[in-house]
Design a protein around this ligand. Structure first.
Ligand code: TRP
Length: 383
């Protein structure tokens, strides 16, 4: 039975335990990255033992096809969780695309590319639920009560909102939209509508998960004091560090430094040819001092099933040219099955993808309707 359709009393208690150190009072808001990592280790062992206690909610903005940074940072982790037996909900966050731009581009085409990437990477639409914001009205309506539970000052303090405001200014002095300002609360709705209790994120995203936890806690205090209704979800910190692009900055579509998963072998070869290295001859694994080399080592190690350190030892004095050759080969070979599946899915035509999304949307709607009903009851808005 889906978690959110259970009466609250039967919500698995092991799914929402919090360490004594976790904040329980409004105002103490941030769990440190170190605490989140520690917590992740505990969660990882619990997940293996009782995968059915967990429901993952995560997703992506459909701004383009997914790239290597997505795969190593989060997509592979989602597939792993799915295959461990955890229920995975994936939101294609189309409303988030218009937080910072007037033109969302060709959304149907972009959503299709993202779906192709998900399925090619191993997400199984029979087991996991893929859906879009815009198709699930009840999820979006949760934003209204949730907005009443946070203050403007709290949103202004959120480092992600701050960074987004700065980025918006950089893009040409354009002001931040109200939707961008409130998007951490929208994400709370994304996560809580399905009673998600596990959110795989990078450490940089901890602050907005903290807003979700705050919203859940305050909702429970205000409207469900006798029996908490929403879980306070945990962050599951991704195993790998941030993947850098060819220019040495964080890999991102908007920076034009990304290797798309759908790229051809030739494009992959060309990509790594232009990837930045440094002038030290021998290859060593020193993430702080030599981030570009460490990044290549990390990518190569991921696809060859070794560690960055071992790969550095192997390449050693052969230098950056040899390292690039090893990494290129590893990526071309490592992505071959994904790319083959992707091509197969793409050539099978849009029906299969459309059906997978329609199923996911129907399921998300059933759950969201139920949650919104419960929320109306709890808030005394049943007339
Ligand atoms: N903001 C995320 C991204 O840019 C996508 C997203 C939307 C999300 N809602 C979420 C992630 C809720 C985690 C939880 O990729």
């Amino acid at each position: 039975m889906p978690v959110s359709t259970m009466p609250e009393a039967t919500m698995p208690t092991s799914a929402t335990p919090h360490e004594p150190s976790s904040p329980t009072t409004p105002g103490s808001t941030t769990r440190s990255a170190a605490a989140a990592r520690e917590r992740t280790a505990v969660l990882e062992s619990q997940i293996v033992q009782r995968p059915g206690d967990y429901r993952v909610l995560t997703g992506d903005r459909p701004t383009g096809a997914l790239h290597l940074g997505h795969l190593l940072g989060t997509v592979a982790n989602r597939v792993r969780l799915q295959d461990l037996g955890v229920e995975v909900f994936l939101i294609v966050a189309d409303y988030q695309v218009i937080t910072d731009r007037d033109d969302a581009g060709d959304l149907p085409a972009t959503v299709r590319e993202v779906l192709l990437d998900y399925l090619a990477a191993g997400l199984d639409p029979e087991r996991s639920t893929v859906f879009t914001h815009s198709a699930v009205p009840a999820l979006n309506q949760l934003l209204l009560p949730f907005l009443s539970l946070v203050t403007v000052a709290e949103l202004e303090r959120n480092p992600t909102v701050k960074a987004e405001a700065a980025a918006a200014a950089e893009r040409g002095g354009r002001g931040m939209s109200g939707l961008l300002f409130t998007y951490p609360v929208h994400q709370a709705a994304d996560i809580l509508f399905c009673h998600g209790n596990l959110v795989p994120v990078g450490v940089d995203q901890l602050p907005h998960l903290e807003i979700t936890r705050t919203v859940a806690r305050r909702f429970n205090q205000r409207y469900a004091a006798a029996q908490p209704y929403f879980p306070e979800p945990d962050a599951l910190i991704a195993p790998s560090t941030t993947i850098l692009g060819a220019d040495g900055r964080r890999m991102s579509k908007s920076r034009g430094n990304a290797l798309e998963l759908r790229a051809s072998d030739d494009e992959t070869v060309a990509y790594f040819k232009r990837a930045r290295t440094d002038s030290d001859r021998a290859i060593t694994y020193e993430p702080e001092r030599r981030p570009e080399i460490a990044n290549l080592l990390q990518i190569g190690a991921y696809f060859t099933g070794t560690t960055p350190q071992a790969l550095a030892d192997e390449v050693g004095s052969a230098g950056a040219g040899r390292l690039k050759a090893v990494v290129t080969e590893a990526v071309v070979e490592g992505l071959r099955p994904l790319r083959a599946r992707r091509a197969e899915l793409a050539s099978a035509g849009p029906r299969h993808l459309a059906e997978a999304l329609a199923r996911g949307n129907a399921r998300a709607n059933a759950i969201a309707d139920r949650t919104l009903d419960d929320v109306r009851d709890l808030m005394g808005m049943r007339y």
